[in-house]
Design a protein around this ligand. Structure first.
Ligand code: ZN
Ligand code: ZN
Length: 397
């Protein structure tokens, strides 16, 4: 009969040994990946050590010091690799919003591997799952279900979220080269870190005026830049379902935020994206800053990628109408809130003007005349109705 006092430490030891092997072979699951995925959420401290090490490595700056070159390298690598997160992990592997050759896809997966956010297949599997279960209890990183910190960072430390379910991403799992990169997901980051160290050493010898060296570039270009990159990306999981405006009434609580779009190169237009995931652009209108899309568009001119998918006109029109109604509603609410300063008579033209301006701006984005006249007609009718009803009985929008 097994002694429980002995078997518990043994089980813990076995679990720790498994986690260490998984650092290097992320598909290693002696009890089966399905068993792991069905466990309750629990932080696996041994498995998560490389991630802790990534953060701790930032402290290396105490010994390596700083140079302008190293800092700018870190900034540049943040944005270049944010492009890899958004343009490759997300808009290619997760949603297939454009096409490329098989070899091109392999290069993209290596590029995305430098972001140190596991393999592209793991990323795509979890992201597709998020879209299927957004903000319901199944969603691994909903701030509404699990809280802010779990959605930002906690969920990736949980044992159940480590394995990739290849059956859910069959379109990607059929490529052995992608599965290999996903399974051994530390290979690319290690090579990337060594390259930075090597570059720093070469510069120290060949261009000493830059004041940098291998260790300094390793700390700034790899540890600090990657840690910021992780938290910038994490903001989409945590903040993009909490902060900003909801243009589309999706079944989740996704939001559009210009601030998040700035730090994530366009991913902040998250409500747009939840409304229509297949488009290469997340910023649906010209004023929604989406550098990832601009970069992909430029790349498409080289022929390396092709078939960028547009936002359907019906979705653009739906958004334009939603903006129009939101503007009119806001103007009328403001008139009702401040009747002494702004009588309805004086506000009517303001509301109509805001509505017309919004509708015109939105219509200007549409490829053809679409429903432009209909939107203007709505506003004209609204103004007319306001005139005939008088200020005491504003129409219902
Ligand atoms: Zn989301
Ligand atoms: Zn997505």
């Amino acid at each position: 009969m097994p002694d429980s006092t002995n078997s518990l430490p043994l089980a813990l030891l076995r679990r720790a040994a498994t986690a260490v092997v998984q650092w290097f072979d992320s598909d290693y699951c002696p009890d089966g990946a399905e068993v792991m995925r069905n466990e309750p959420d629990r932080v696996d401290w041994v498995r998560v050590m490389p991630f802790v090490f990534l953060h701790a490595g930032c402290l290396g700056v105490i010994w390596t010091g700083t140079s302008a070159f190293a800092v700018w390298t870190a900034v540049a690598l943040y944005f270049i690799r944010m492009f890899a997160v958004t343009g490759v992990h997300h808009r290619y592997f997760s949603h297939k919003t454009y096409s490329t050759s098989r070899f091109g896809q392999f290069l993209l997966a290596i590029f995305a591997g430098t972001t140190v956010q596991r393999g592209s297949l793991w990323w795509a599997y979890h992201h597709r799952h998020h879209h299927l279960h957004s903000d319901d209890p199944e969603d691994a990183h909903s701030p509404h279900v699990h809280g802010f910190w779990w959605s930002h960072i906690g969920w990736i430390t949980s044992r159940r979220n480590f394995p990739t379910d290849y059956t859910k991403i069959k379109d990607l799992a059929k490529f052995p080269e992608l599965v290999w990169l996903n399974r051994f997901d530390l290979v690319v980051p290690i090579l990337f870190a060594f390259s930075l160290f090597g570059l720093g050493e070469v510069l120290a010898a060949q261009a000493p005026q830059l004041g940098t060296n291998g260790w300094q570039l390793l700390v700034w270009g790899f540890f600090i830049s990657t840690t910021f990159l992780f938290h910038g990306t994490g903001c989409i999981n945590s903040m993009a379902h909490l902060m900003g405006r909801r243009r589309f009434k999706t079944t989740d609580d996704s939001r559009n935020s210009a601030i998040l779009a700035l730090i994530t190169l366009g991913e902040g237009w998250h409500n747009n994206h939840h409304r229509y995931q297949s488009s290469t652009r997340n910023g649906f209108y010209w004023w929604e800053f989406d550098p990832t899309y601009y970069g992909l568009k430029l790349l498409s001119f080289t022929g390396f990628i092709r078939g960028l998918k547009p936002v359907p006109r019906s979705v653009l029109e739906e958004g334009a109408h939603a903006d129009h109604h939101a503007s009119v509603e806001a103007a009328i609410k403001s008139a009702q809130a401040h009747p002494h300063y702004s009588s309805l008579r004086r506000v009517v033209p303001t509301a109509a003007a805001i509505a017309v301006a919004t509708a015109t701006a939105n219509q200007a984005m549409l490829p053809q005349k679409a429903d432009g006249p209909a939107v203007h007609k709505d506003v004209t009718e609204l103004a007319h109705e306001l005139k005939t009803r008088g200020p005491e009985n504003p129409p219902v929008i």
